[in-house]
Design a protein around this ligand. Structure first.
Ligand code: AMP
Ligand code: MN
Ligand code: MN
Length: 353
């Protein structure tokens, strides 16, 4: 679930003054009866939900009365986020306004991350995109896409500020969950002075970082603790892979989840235990979502741009954290990853230390 954003400075540029002005104008142009639909990416993580709900609460304070938030797929919020302020804005995707006046997308790098909700982009009067993926495909109409931002919530806070919406504890809680999720609790390279300045602004509203961190990072059912034991026990280390940088990987099946009575979301945290492996630069967790379909998480400590690997295999993400949907058997999926990794190492002169 924790998602390191870009570590090295990417080539992409953030929003221009015109982009910000267009986004502010799109909100200011809303009539009193306007319907606004917020959408975040499928299988929402802390940044997707936190930036969407925090911004949604801000829009409500700003005066938007007809406001819905949604995401594709089953309308279930992962347990660690079931206490977030603003959850009352959520509706199942089928109940979402079919033709909103304004649609705003959060943390989605491409339309494919919006699933069946993608049709709302065309049907909406205006489509505004808030994101921080370097791989963002520039779908939608107005783009607030900042590849230098540690989380989409950084962009969301910037827009709330320009709209003149003050932070309160509820908005700040959501934005803090988003910021701490995508910086791995302020540990990843993306943790810039600006990230800490934003965290300071959020904390100044009186929110309790200890409570928030315990709920989203340090709480899991005992069954999940035991499931992790079994799944970590079958991890494989391949020191020769990635031109000697090393690959570590494991997998979890639906049967594993059933044996321990666990929902799929508990596996999101698994990559954080696997990527600790000192002997491997690249780590990978392959999680079964259907008979021959797997959600794959990739992480790198710096030698490899795993977003290139993920994009080559139909997915996306950031340089040091990426993912894709794999098809076939576990071995087939991992074979494809190995093959892409072999071709993914940058030239020696470009390699990070
Ligand atoms: P995860 O491993 O699920 O925590 O995701 C890590 C990063 O990869 C996030 O930035 C995701 O947005 C991105 N990502 C994961 N799965 C996919 C996918 N199937 N397609 C595109 N991007 C993905
Ligand atoms: Mn995300
Ligand atoms: Mn994000």
């Amino acid at each position: 679930m924790t998602v390191p954003a870009e570590g090295g400075a990417p080539a992409g540029v953030g929003p221009t003054d015109t982009d910000w002005a267009d986004a502010v104008a799109a909100v200011r142009a809303l009539s009193a009866d306007a319907r606004v639909l917020l959408i975040c990416h499928v299988n929402p993580d802390g940044d997707a939900l936190g930036s969407m709900l925090g911004f949604g609460l801000g829009l409500r304070r700003w005066g938007v009365r007809h406001l819905q938030a949604t995401f594709p797929g089953p309308p279930e919020v992962p347990e660690p986020f079931r206490w977030l302020p603003g959850l009352e804005l959520l509706v199942p995707q089928d109940a979402a306004y079919p033709d909103p006046d304004l649609v705003i997308c959060f943390d989605a790098a491409s339309e494919s991350r919006l699933g069946d909700l993608v049709d709302r982009l065309d049907k909406a009067g205006t489509a505004l995109v808030l994101d921080h993926h370097a791989s963002n495909t520039r779908f939608g109409g107005i783009h607030l896409v900042d590849p230098h931002a540690a989380a989409t919530s950084v962009v969301a806070e910037g827009l709330l500020d320009r709209l003149g919406v003050p932070l309160d504890a509820e908005i700040a809680t959501c934005l803090y969950v988003a910021l701490s999720t995508d910086t791995g609790s302020f540990r990843f390279e993306a943790t810039t002075p600006e990230v800490h300045r934003m965290a300071a602004r959020l904390l100044a509203t009186g929110i309790r970082p200890g409570d928030i961190s315990r709920r989203i990072f340090d709480t899991r059912p005992f069954g999940a603790v035991r499931l992790f034991g079994e799944v970590l026990g079958r991890a494989r280390l391949e020191p020769a892979a990635v031109a000697g940088r090393g690959l570590v990987w494991t997998y979890a099946t639906q049967d594993d989840l059933a044996r321990y009575g666990q929902p799929a979301y508990v596996l999101e945290a698994l990559i954080d235990s696997v990527r600790c492996t000192a002997e491997a630069d690249v780590s990978c967790v392959v999680k079964q979502v259907a008979a021959a379909e797997w959600a794959v998480s990739l992480r790198s400590k710096g030698a490899v741009d795993v977003s290139r690997v993920a994009v080559a295999l139909g997915g996306g993400g950031h340089r040091f954290a990426a993912g894709f949907t794999g098809r076939g058997t576990v071995d087939e999926v991992v074979d494809r990853i190995r093959a892409e990794l072999d071709g993914a190492l940058p030239a020696r002169s470009e390699q990070l230390p």
